[in-house]
Ligand binder design. Sequence first.
Ligand SMILES: O=C(O)[C@H](O)[C@@H](O)[C@H](O)[C@H](O)COP(=O)(O)O
Length: 223
Amino acid sequence: MNFVEYPDRELMMLALADKLAGELADFLRREDRASFCVPGGTTPGPIFDTLSGVDLDWDKVSVFLNDERWVPEDSPRSNTRLLRERLLRGKALRANLVPLYQPAPQPEDVLADLEAQLAPHLPISVLLLGMGADMHTASLFPGADRLAEALASDAPVLLPMRAEAAGEPRITLTAPVLAGAMHIHILITGAEKRAAVERAAGMDPLEAPVAAVLKNATVHWAE
Ligand SMILES: O=C(O)[C@H](O)[C@@H](O)[C@H](O)[C@H](O)COP(=O)(O)O
């Protein structure tokens, strides 16, 4: 893992937004389309704000989440809502959102359909992940019901996931799909998460799921 420390959060968000936009632009110089996979949660909002104003061939970019909470899109817990409010506006409004949610009681009900929509956009060109202090990333939580399946080298693209710490049921991209991204960045803040990611580096992904993507990842950290 490559670790980059920034003097403060604001600087980190600006620098990382710039880096992600640069990687997408580079990719689009070589390929017709790029895919950009992003986290929900509370940390990435400022990066989305910056990226939404960046000049890029957004109409050639497919955007999708690392994972989604199984709640309607108007819920404050919806990651899709966060994307619509913070990333898919301004210049980035022209990007193509590939959904990880459809109104249905359970993720299992629409899993095959969501997977069929996502598959043509893989592999991921540029991946941004968040991480919890419990070392989960995407919705790969320690102790989650289908974690072992999601870590397997032959895992499907998407899996439903339930875990005590997750709250509602989730749907998540699996470890091989995340680890197969061309560029992998993990965005974290605060001393607790720094200690967690350093600890995770030597651990079994069953206990520290983020370990499954750390090898080729750059971790971006500010206090
Ligand atoms: O839906 C989610 O919750 C995320 O995709 C998840 O994996 C997130 O990145 C981490 O939980 C960190 O979340 P915070 O940034 O809120 O700490």
